[in-house]
Structure formats: structure tokens, C-alpha cells
Ligand binder design. Structure first.
Ligand SMILES: [Zn+2]
Length: 261
């Protein structure tokens, strides 16, 4: 019996030491994220984001985005997204990962009694969310923020190849092609409602930013119905952004709901 107790003690002690050293390793080896570079492939690619620096560890979390949309549960209690969209001038910037359009103040959505202000929208080629394992050639993310809680609500819209898209048309020739390049035009105004599908049925789940630091603060609202853009329009984005889609993440214990409107 004595040997068994001794062995147990050794095993427990060993496990404790292993756990302790792992924790210490993480605290001492991960650098600050200042100036840290991340990419969509290679050594700084998505599978390594969580290990790049101390503030990116959430990229290894259990409530990450994007996801594959499959097995959604219909939820009749889900209401339509409350929309109040006004015109904004065009302020586009290439941030090295995507082309982002910063929006003038005034547009907002309401969701579950909360108000989220529209900050910006940006594009991914191909889509980040997939449907039944299949991606679309492009996805736009309209990022809204709840100013009292700091949480985000992001509307995702898929593009499929088809007719020329009138929302994209005015700025497709002016996409800033290199990092930090901008395109501003006060006379070129748009209303994001013109980029949403006419049927506003959506999928919703709790997830994260799809880029580092991958903060798990996002209510995702992914439109069920895609909109169309021409092959040339989608290629124009891909030529500038290249492949900027994070691979899908496990849904895990989260629920994915469908609002049929
Ligand atoms: Zn995005």
C-alpha cells in the first residue's frame, strides 16, 4: 500500500509541476501585441494567432467566429432587426487586411431593445461564414457598436456571382490598393440598406471578431439570402485584399438560431 501512496503522490506532484510550468511559460513567453504582425497564412496565420502575443490568446477561445452555418434552429421569437440607416460620405481605407469604409454618424440598428451604432463595413474574399460547408466568393461585415456595453452587432451579407451590384459600383474603381492608402469622397454618398437583401431573414449566434484580438463580444447577424455582384466586381476586391477569410471555427456548445422573416 505504501508504494501505491508514494506513486500517487509522485504522479500528482508531477501533474502539478507540469500545470504550473505551462502557466508560467505562457505568462513569460508571450510578448506584448504592440507592433505584432498577423497574416492569413504561414507562420503568422490563423492557427498561430493565439500564440503570437498576450492579447491574442482569445483567438483560441470556445466562442470564435466565423462558423459554418448548419443545423440552425428556427426561432419564432426573433424579431426583425430594427434599422435606421442614413446616407454617409465615402471614407475608404486599406488597413493591410481589408478595405474598410468608415461611416458618418447617424446610422444604427436596434436588437433586443439595445441600440448599436454603425461604425464601418469591410469585405472578405472569399466569405468567412460558410453554409453547409460551402463558401460564397465574398462577404461584407457591417460593424455596429453598443456604446453603453461596448459590445458589437455585426451584419454579414454574402455575395454570389451574378448581376452588377449598384451599391459597389460607385467605388469599385477607387479601392485603395496598398496598405494605409485611402479614398475619400464627400460627394459620393451611400446608404448601407442598399446593400442588404430584400428578404431580411437571418441567422444569429454569439461569437467573436474574426481578426486578432478575436474578442468574444459579437452578436452575429448573418443574412440568409445573398446579394449579387459581378465577377469583375468580386475580382476587384480580391485583387486588393487577396485571401482574407479566417477558417471556420467550431460552434461547440453555442446555439445557432434562424429568424425566418
Ligand atoms: Zn470582417
Amino acid at each position: 500500500m505504501k508504494n501505491v501512496f508514494q506513486l500517487s503522490f509522485l504522479l500528482l506532484g508531477g501533474a502539478f509541476l507540469t500545470l504550473t510550468s505551462c502557466k508560467d511559460d505562457k505568462q513569460t513567453t508571450l510578448p506584448s501585441c504592440d507592433g505584432v504582425h498577423w497574416e492569413y497564412s504561414g507562420e503568422d496565420g490563423p492557427e498561430h494567432w493565439k500564440d503570437l502575443c498576450i492579447d491574442y490568446t482569445e483567438c483560441g477561445g470556445a466562442a470564435q467566429s466565423p462558423i459554418d452555418i448548419a443545423g440552425a434552429m428556427d426561432d419564432n421569437s426573433l424579431a426583425a432587426i430594427g434599422e435606421h440607416f442614413v446616407a454617409s460620405a465615402t471614407h475608404a481605407v486599406n488597413n493591410g487586411h481589408t478595405v474598410q469604409f468608415n461611416c458618418d454618424a447617424g446610422s444604427e440598428i436596434t436588437l433586443g431593445g439595445q441600440t448599436y451604432k454603425l461604425l464601418q463595413y469591410h469585405f472578405h474574399t472569399h466569405s468567412e461564414h460558410t453554409v453547409g460547408g460551402v463558401s460564397y466568393p465574398m462577404e461584407v461585415h457591417f460593424v455596429h457598436k453598443n456604446e453603453s456595453t461596448g459590445k458589437l452587432a455585426v451584419i454579414g451579407v454574402f455575395f454570389k456571382e451574378g448581376a452588377e451590384n449598384n451599391f459597389l459600383k460607385p467605388f469599385i474603381e477607387h479601392l485603395p490598393a496598398t496598405k494605409d492608402a485611402t479614398f475619400d469622397d464627400a460627394n459620393l454618398t451611400f446608404n448601407v440598406s442598399d446593400c442588404l437583401p430584400s428578404n431580411r431573414s437571418y441567422y444569429t449566434y454569439g461569437g467573436s471578431l474574426t481578426t486578432p484580438p478575436c474578442s468574444e463580444i459579437v452578436t452575429w447577424l448573418v443574412m440568409e439570402h445573398p446579394v449579387e455582384a459581378s465577377h469583375e466586381q468580386i475580382e476587384a476586391f480580391h485583387d486588393v485584399e487577396h485571401d482574407n477569410a479566417r477558417p471556420v471555427q467550431a460552434l461547440g456548445s453555442r446555439s445557432l438560431k434562424h429568424a425566418s422573416l
